[in-house]
Design a protein around this ligand. Sequence first.
Ligand code: GLU
Length: 492
Amino acid sequence: MTVRVRIGPSPTGEPHVGTAYIALFNLAFARQQGGQFVLRLEDTDQERSRAEWERQILEGLGWLGLTWDEGPDVGGPYGPYRQSERLDIYRAHVDQLLATGHAYRCFATKEELETLRAEQKAAGRSLGYDRRSRDLSETTIQAELAAGKPYVVRMKAPLEGKVLVEDRLRGPVEFDAAQVDDQILLKSDGYPTYHLANVVDDHLMEISHVIRAEEWISSTPKHVLLYQAFGWKPPIFIHMPLLRNADKSKISKRKNPVSLLDYRQRGFHPRAVVNFLAQLGFTMPDQRELFDFDEFVLALDWDRVILGGPTFDLDKFSWLNGKWFRERMSSEELTDFLRDELFSRDRIAALVPMMKERIDVGEQFIPGTDYFFRGEVELPIELLRPKRHGLAELAKVLETALEAFEHHTPFEAGSLEALGRQVAEEAGWKAGELFMPLRVALTGRKASPPLFNVMVVLGRALMRRRLRSAIDLAKATAKQEQRAAAKAKKKG
Ligand code: GLU
């Protein structure tokens, strides 16, 4: 069998470490088996997909050296590799399922479905679609179509029997077909859902092994039913263990940086990142912890993957990175790495326009810009404290601001500032009342070059890290002060 594997990232946010983790196992398996690795962009969520995220995902994976043989940028014989450019293909496949009775149209309006949900809730019944349109008469369907009513297409899942999912790491897993809902396949905007597009593409792109995160395992019965409905042979499924925070919850940005940008900005070396990801849920036959991609390709064996949910341990990650600096890189290589990542010409060039007005001699440049080069800044709470508002309130407003900035594209000063003003206004604050603590959080100072220019040059990752620290500090201090005040009141 020719091994063909793929990743299907959705361009709805910054490149995620989980995506890199899955990409790594796919690529290593493809290399080991002499197969191909495909990158397919699953951009069927029109509202959340952005060109900037797409670019960053490709760039982030490229930074790690996880390169693909076929993809939207390099092309290939199975393209297009962007799902939004394959709408005709999905439409044709949906028509096929409608014709063979494996799918049906549902014309229910949003209001009707909301009423259904409310009724179900009131009756304490399980929530879900009630299959109301499963057996509409042909006359009704034609009348609704003629009236131009919008509709979705749903899968006609069997009402009894079992669905067998074969997972290479878990063996066969049986599901009750009745538990599989009549999944939407085609949305009313003409876009496919993940399930339909994913199955159709994996088949047409001749994917032999689907290596993906464990969180998709519950979708697999739907996929297997779709393969059956089309009369296709499903690929081999390999669901990799879920990465976890130290407290065993699913990895999340509240507890761990999850964007590749964060690690790059912190000065992790791409080869150490690959090494760290490769030992999550996988051990080398000789237990060695320091190894590179080529060694991993030779050793990769699905029988050595442990399903326990490996912990994403930042201390271990830093330790391993240090080992790479010391044991696997010459001083020459480390010099180049530091120059390129920290002191690149682009980086300095971005700072110069801001600093030109502020320095007379070169030696003032470093002290004037040090906060661009460090991870955390010192954050005196008295600088952060707003005059007219409490710290708890500040924490809340900063959280809202962070959430807004983080998801805003493009990351550009003018529109970030407008967003900042909007957040302030919605909170009932004057813009300046928010901008001062923002500046302090980002720079550790009360005076700096224009705030939003600073934010752009810091970049998303540092912006996020510093605002998080400020929010945590404001919250903790507010709590302390509240407790102290309560104590004083009791005494007094
Ligand atoms: N679009 C899915 C994702 O964002 C792909 C999941 C899969 O590999 O099937 O991860």
